[in-house]
Ligand binder design. Sequence first.
Ligand code: GDP
Length: 475
Amino acid sequence: LWLCKKKPPVVTIMGHVDHGKTSLLDYIRKTKLTTKEFGEITQAIGAYQIEFKEEKITFIDTPGHAAFAQMRARGASVADIVVLVVAATDGVMPQTKESIKIIKEAGIPFIVAINKIDLPEAEPERIKGQLTENEVFVEGYGGNVVAVPISAKTGQGIDQLLEMILLTADLEELKADPAGVLEAVIIEAKSDHFCGPTASLIIKNGSLSKGQQIFADGVEAKIKMLKNEWGKSVEKVFPGDPVLVLGFTSLPKVGVKVTPSKEGQGATFEEKGFSKSVQETGKEKFRIILKADVSGSLEAILGCLPQEVSVIGQGVGEVNDSDVLLAKTLKAEIYTFNLEPDAETRKLAQTEKVKIKNFNIIYDLLKELEERILKILEPNIDRKILGKAEILATFEMKGEKIAGAKVLEGKINKSQPVILQRGEKELGQVKIVSLKQQRQDINEAVVGTEFGAVFSGKVDFSSGDMILSFSLEEK
Ligand code: GDP
């Protein structure tokens, strides 16, 4: 009987464009291949396996841009370990930040590879500082995230990187049961003239043999042939192995789970992983991907977003499939400004149940967001406004910022929460820690009177802003 055995770690490379992901994969493939004879053969799968210090490591490759976009959205969940590549010249860039978010959401162990250190302008220490600003704390900078300086050009540091991958795999105790129930993930799918629909999988548990029947989210396959990454036919594959499967009845979707029966279908691995990590963090934010027609409007919207919104992706230009997949993976909604998605992306969004909302007025977009947040944070509760006051002046005393305000409507009660508002924009919700009239502590300021208030919470305010006192009532 087989028991759980150590399995080769499955590794994905993430990071900003041009930071050297492809070069790193190429270098490792070129120098660490198990069998020399495969050197001349084209790789058949977007993944390959190497042997280093007598241990196997599977790298998920990223052939072509479209596939890479999908893998970026879903790749993190297939992988056991992520290598985050950051160029020592450019440093942390937008896609680096996006990758950090995905990695953290997925809760996957990762290693930072600071690449291009062969270049004279490389500044690895500066990059470590930038990573700290993005809450990636590497060794020597208040944390224990491993950062390996490498050059995908000269090969410097690559052995160390591979060693760190194996060490991380050991620490994570990556195990699988080769005799257990099959679990695999589709990493690519394409139709071939000769072979019909084919898909590449990574085995996570159990094994897969020729003749076996499998299901991938409703798509069935009776396996006609299994091929390894070098196109060679194989009889059986095990956890950690990449494999090309022939025999699907139609094209399965990338990212879906493969099982030996129809039961347990429909959920992809990342969905489980991500919802778990959201629960663990406790404070759920409303996640969006924001896209706008021009950078001016994108910046303007980003500058006005309510605190409760977490932007997990942003950009100028049309919504594409990778935005939709990223939104699905991270349970986000897509908000666009002056952009209509094309029919195909809309269709994908429909099947993946991702909401895309377009606006032509920034104010409308922000208003919609605020309404959504209220619904999410307090689904069955309405705010009842008890009073309004206008801030006439602000001053500082003993390091505290005081709002001098006048009640315009109703009353401001010290025990109720208040919202600070600038025009139509909500600055945030705070509590009143001190409420005074002529140096006397009071509990309530009524309409027409002036008062001074100190708030708890880090919301900045200035004269002209409104204070809204409210109570929460069940619907
Ligand atoms: P990707 O977009 O992240 O896959 O980046 P590429 O691997 O395509 O690399 C982008 C550019 O940087 C290419 O011109 C590479 O030759 C170059 N490059 C990648 N790694 C290194 C490195 O370690 N040193 C130097 N000098 N150039 C590198």
